[in-house]
Design a protein around this ligand. Structure first.
Ligand code: HAM
Length: 423
């Protein structure tokens, strides 16, 4: 009988793949915390209306991809497809951003979108998201972009991704541009694909990132948003670009970058794997100055981004070197097996930075074989004789060299065998 399957598009990750995702999360979390962001745990099962209001009813995410249902009490609920809306709502409920207070928050966990599954695109995936509320200056956009650049450096992925930026301007600019764009698309409707023709009335901006070759040809000459930007937006954008240059963060301007969520205003950005086929955006975000007000709060300028952890893990050269070293405790003899639980407690207290494995099953040879299988740096052999003397035989698994040491001196002997990385 085969094992039960999860729903289609929900991946099953191996322990190695899981470790790479955890490693990415841990390093990103460390860097985010170093910028003064506080972690916040958000609901995974959310209010069914939240994303319609925040992300937009005419977006793919809400229209086609949400896992939304009514529960047994007929309450409308959904599995969260993204984190910004829930983070804003939580910050509002907790009073963290009341009266214009500023807050730097981050979160991580699973998100759900019923997209067509393919490599790098899953129906359950993990993000680390970072949101800054109450900041209207361009300095926050620079902070977020430099933070992402340092995250890649921490992960050894400094040159792996390309930063693309664009600005969506203020509400007036977007309104004027939307009208001009719609007029233009209507005038060229014959050359558009069906999907573009359908969606241009609801959301003409989304036609700009169409993949259809015919639509792309039309879009190439569409009126650019840049023509409608006011002085403030232009100055904000110019400041961000200047600061990125001074900070040594390379970027590419992409006037077609519009993002698939309606809450964005002003600067938007994506980090992409250049040349990668398929799902190549590893991190995306921007400003969303109107979202908190839309959810019923006061005017609160805000900006943020989210990183797709599975996509980062796939780019990561995650090696077993990142794992802590292993010591395998071998109990050889009746009395040694009896004493092993006490001995393991002692070892695990003395060496919290080591992985300590040992179960006493089988003879000496079988246990040493398992030590090898676990790629242990050392086997700690306790036979009945050693036990009587209060000693342990420390065997270096790389070369088989053995030495007898007192039980209390094992941690020090192992340290000599395998010094901690920062010593
Ligand atoms: P998003 O572009 O929808 O933005 O998602 C951010 C990232 O999550 C993507 O760049 C990608 O790496 C990852 N991702 C999205 N969908 C999938 C999927 N189906 N499978 C695997 N990875 C995926 C947001 O979610 C916004 N909330 C970002 C934000 C935060 N903007 C402001 N603050």
């Amino acid at each position: 009988m085969s094992a039960p399957q999860p729903p289609r598009g929900i991946p099953t990750w191996t322990p190695e793949q899981s470790a790479a995702v955890s490693c990415a999360r841990a390093r990103i979390a460390r860097r985010v915390a170093s910028f003064g962001y506080d972690e916040i745990r958000l609901p995974v099962l959310e209010n069914g209306d939240l994303f319609e209001r925040a992300v937009g009813a005419a977006t793919d995410i809400v229209e086609k991809e949400m896992y939304a249902f009514t529960d047994r009490n007929d309450a409308r609920v959904c599995l969260r497809p993204e984190g910004t809306a829930g983070c804003a709502a939580s910050a509002m409920r907790l009073g963290l951003i009341a009266g214009g207070r500023r807050a730097r928050l981050w979160y991580s966990g699973p998100f759900f979108r019923r997209e067509r599954p393919q490599k790098g695109r899953y129906r359950q995936f993990h993000q680390v998201g970072v949101e800054a509320f109450g900041f209207d200056g361009a300095g926050m956009d620079v902070e977020l972009l430099t933070l992402t650049a340092l995250m890649w450096e921490d992960l050894g992925l400094r040159d792996a991704f390309e930063l693309q930026i664009n600005t969506l301007g203020d509400a007036d600019a977007r309104r004027a541009h939307r009208k001009a764009l719609l007029d233009y698309l209507q005038a060229h409707a014959d050359a558009l694909d069906d999907n573009a023709r359908k969606r241009m009335h609801d959301n003409p901006l989304r036609v700009l990132d169409s993949k259809d070759p015919g639509t792309r040809r039309v879009v190439a000459s569409a009126p650019p948003l840049a023509d409608y930007l006011d002085e403030t937006s232009r100055a904000h954008y110019a400041f961000v670009k200047g600061q990125l240059e001074r900070a040594g963060v390379a970027y590419v301007e992409n006037p077609r970058l519009v993002r698939g969520l309606d809450y964005y205003t002003g600067l938007v950005f994506e980090w992409v794997t250049p040349g990668a086929a398929g799902q190549n955006t590893v991190c995306a975000g921007g400003r969303y100055d109107g979202l908190v007000e839309l959810l019923g709060g006061g005017a609160t300028p805000a900006a943020g981004f989210a990183v797709g952890l599975e996509r980062i893990a796939a780019a990561l050269d995650y090696a077993t070197d990142d794992k802590p070293p292993t010591a395998y405790a071998v109990a050889a003899g009746e009395a040694a097996v009896q004493a092993q639980a006490e001995w393991l407690m002692h070892l695990r207290r003395a060496m919290p930075e080591w992985v300590v494995i040992g179960d006493g099953d089988g003879g000496l040879k079988a246990q040493l074989k398992r030590a090898d299988k676990h790629a242990a740096a050392a086997a700690l052999i306790v036979g009945d004789d050693e036990l009587a003397r209060g000693e342990v035989t420390v065997r270096c698994m790389a070369d088989g060299a053995q030495q007898s040491v007192a039980q209390d001196a094992v941690a020090a002997a192992l340290k000599r065998l395998r010094p901690a990385p920062d010593e």
